[in-house]
Design a protein around this ligand. Structure first.
Ligand code: BGC
Length: 743
């Protein structure tokens, strides 16, 4: 792939985006063109135009992969853009390749120079082929973007569009073995959102509220004196009526537009921001609602699931989880999209992946990410905490470097190597991909096995534990009620069990035995050391949630553990008492041990900390902390306080599977299990899902003691139906209504 093309660049300042281009004549008349295909990739981010028209709606291509080993090559069908003469222009900026990547001033660069490599291949009716490669014969010039950085923002000088400042082109060496066909869908613009409110806050400054915390940028139209500067600053929330930028930490998140003197439209496509509010200063006239819009940007993904119920607040919670997924699935599934971080933290996705797969088709995006995870794991010797693994790259910051220096495998975060493929397997049932993901599972488990203590417990080494336990002080996110060994050992059991199932599925009986034995040993060690009668070490909700839901307990202990969990939950007033590790599983553990009422009461709780607390505070995305915003409207003093973090939204999976009742009976929903579980506080719930086998619906409505269950089963699919009164039946394709009575 791209064998003959050279990677080219031009000398310009680090912050500047450059334009590379060439013009050529077709060797045969346009009418004889059968296909025209462009292969392209970059160190940096690029946009290609032919004859002035963008060849695709992709932005920020080639996206972010583990560039040292995998650089994605995009292929575009450009037949409709070529004419007898072809003018190709490429805008090339820094993206993830070069800039300030990493927190605390880590300042990570993948390389010093940005570069573009491309090949246009035109096939004619007579079978002849014309190939145009990037070479040093291409031309280069300055662009109107004089600064571009993902965290800090973009500076566009409109007058530069009119001038041509030629630059000299040079070729760059690069490792062709890193080139791989792009797997992940492109990042594209989605809808544009109009301002909901515009108010003047200070002389020359206007505050705009878009009504939704989102990810992307502002497109702005202006006419004013040449050289006049407009500054757009972004924030997710307001504090005391002003933009709250402290949570952005080192990210400046500021775009600057310098007017040409004519009619200008600015769109900073070489950066992105997480924001609901912007402050615009320097606008040459009164800023009106038609002058700007927020452009929503993220990976192209089809919406697959919907969930609605009788609680408007729960519906808003679902919408918030959808928006947090949209904002954080910008090529890499990230922790957050706004501050100086935006990294592929593995633990966040490990817990959120099942929910993600209900809301959108994430098969290709997460498959691509998992291939990076495998490559990074191969090099690090354990699953790194972020993928792509920035901690493995050179940095001036010692504190950042230390994180990367062999801290070793950790539970939940490392378990992403198993739990994300597990989520994809259940959602899509693709065996080839399971086979692709299996080696990283092996590497993860092998790296953990080596570190187990003699007792067989995973109670050694660094652990994130139940990260962000709500009782942890704001500056001590690692301090949690749940014992770290309990969390890690429970996670190991789940991972070894799934690896055994995956190995069996992949016809690797020896491996299956190996992982089953590891799982059995781990479970026995857990029970021997952590279970004392009917209590689990640390007596914390997270400990019970994991032990119950992951299957570490025998029936009688499981029942009493469920009772103890329900008791702890009740004593805590049905507020949440779990962090990243326990939250996704606490409602599961309750509903699996006959405490459906307690699970529903937790779901519908509005006092802090709870899922609906943020909703009552006006949240439009899932927050990083239960109380990212404190009840008095001020921002949590913690240094990490994002308002767009999907991890605590992982309850979505339980809402679809338990409340609405949509479950795969076999991987990929080839057979369904429809088992809605109504509970107090809701009078109806309804879920839909586009599966690989067709459209599924399941929902219920209660009237007095009567419950009506409605289902839709796709053509050629069978469903096992379990009604709320416990009765079982099966349903074939089509729409069905079932009725039962519950006391
Ligand atoms: C991220 C988290 C992540 C965590 C792990 C944070 O800074 O935002 O979501 O998982 O670090 O330590």
């Amino acid at each position: 792939m791209l064998e003959q093309a050279r990677m080219i660049t031009a000398n310009a300042k680090r912050g500047e985006a450059i334009v590379l281009g060439t013009t050529l004549l077709l060797e045969r008349p346009r009418s004889e063109v059968v296909t025209a295909r462009l292969l392209a990739t970059a160190h940096g981010v690029y946009e290609v135009r032919i004859g002035g028209t963008p060849v695709s709606d992709a932005v920020l291509a080639p996206g972010w992969t583990s560039y040292q080993w995998r650089l994605a090559v995009q292929e575009y069908d450009v037949a409709r853009f070529v004419d007898d003469g072809v003018a190709i222009e490429v805008l090339l900026g820094n993206g993830w390749w070069r800039g300030h990547l990493g927190f605390g001033g880590a300042g990570i660069d993948y390389g010093d120079a940005i570069g573009f490599v491309g090949e246009l291949k035109v096939t004619y009716a007579d079978g002849s082929v014309q190939v145009i490669n990037t070479t040093r014969d291409w031309a280069a010039r300055r662009s109107d973007t004089v600064e571009n950085d993902l965290y800090d923002g973009q500076r566009i000088r409109a007058r530069r569009r009119l001038a041509t400042h030629p630059l000299s082109v040079r070729e760059l060496e690069f490792d062709r073995s890193t080139l791989v066909h792009a797997i992940k869908p492109p990042v594209i613009r989605h809808e544009a959102i109009r301002p909901k409110k515009i108010e003047t806050t200070a002389p020359g400054a206007t505050l705009v509220d878009f009504g939704q915390n989102l990810v992307g940028w502002v497109r702005l139209r202006a006419r004013g004196p040449s050289g006049k500067k407009i500054v757009v600053r972004h924030a997710e929330v307001l504090e005391h009526g002003a933009l709250a930028t402290r949570p952005l930490r080192g990210a400046r998140a500021t775009d600057t537009f310098v007017l040409s003197g004519g009619d200008d439209v600015f769109e900073p496509t070489m950066t992105f921001h997480g924001f609901r509010y912007v402050e615009v200063s320097g606008y040459p006239s009164a800023l009106g609602a038609d002058d700007l819009e927020a452009v929503v940007v993220h990976s192209a993904m089809d919406r697959t699931g919907t969930f609605r119920c009788s609680s408007e607040k729960v519906n808003r919670l679902i919408d918030n989880a959808v928006w947090s997924q949209r904002g954080n699935f910008l090529d890499v599934p990230t922790d957050c999209p706004q501050r100086d971080e935006r990294l592929g933290w593995t633990g966040d996705l490990a817990v959120f992946a099942p929910s993600a797969a209900f809301q959108f088709d994430v098969s290709d995006l997460l498959h691509g990410w998992l291939l990076d995870l495998a490559e990074e794991t191969r090099h690090a010797g354990y699953v790194p905490y972020v993928i792509p693994n920035l901690f493995g790259l050179p940095t001036r910051r010692r504190s950042f470097k230390r994180i990367g220096q062999a801290m070793g495998p950790t539970a939940v975060w490392g378990d992403a190597a198993v739990w994300v493929p597990e989520a994809l397997w259940h959602a899509y049932g693709n065996r080839d991909r399971l086979a692709d993901h299996y080696p990283a599972m092996v590497m993860h488990l092998a790296s953990v096995e080596q570190r187990l203590s003699e007792s067989g417990l995973w109670d050694t080494g660094f652990q994130f534990g139940d990260w962000l336990d709500p009782t942890a002080p704001p500056d001590k996110p690692l301090s949690s009620k749940a014992d770290r060994g309990v969390v890690a050992t429970a996670c190991l059991y789940r991972s070894a069990s799934f690896a055994a199932a995956a190995a069996a599925e992949l016809h690797r009986p020896d491996d299956a035995r190996r992982w089953r034995a590891l799982a059995d040993r781990t479970r026995a060690a857990f029970v021997e050391h952590y279970v004392d009668g009917h209590r689990i070490r640390s007596d914390a909700p997270t400990a019970y949630a994991l032990a119950i839901h992951f299957g570490l307990l025998d029936d009688d202990v499981r029942r009493s553990a469920g009772d103890r969990l329900a008791q702890l939950v009740a004593e805590n007033g049905y507020r949440v008492a779990t962090g990243f590790a326990g939250t996704p599983y606490v409602t599961w553990a309750l509903s699996e041990t006959d405490h459906v009422d307690a699970a529903y009461r937790m779901l519908l709780q509005e006092a802090n900390p709870s899922w609906l607390y943020a909703v009552t505070m006006g949240a439009t995305t899932i927050w990083e902390r239960w109380d990212s915003m404190l009840p008095d409207g001020t921002i949590n003093p913690g240094e990490m306080t994002s308002f767009n973090h999907y991890a605590l939204g992982a309850v979505v999976d339980w809402l679809y599977k338990v409340v609405a009742g949509i479950n795969p009976a076999t991987p990929g929903y080839e057979r369904l299990r429809l088992q809605p579980v109504p509970g107090p506080g809701l009078t109806w719930a309804h879920g839909t899902l586009e599966t690989r086998h067709g459209h599924v619906e399941c929902g219920w409505r209660r009237e007095g003691h009567l419950i009506e269950v409605t289902t839709v089963v796709p053509e050629g699919v069978q469903a096992d139906v379990v009604l709320p009164d416990g009765s079982r039946t099966t349903a074939d394709e089509g729409a069905h209504v079932f009725r039962c009575t519950v006391m």
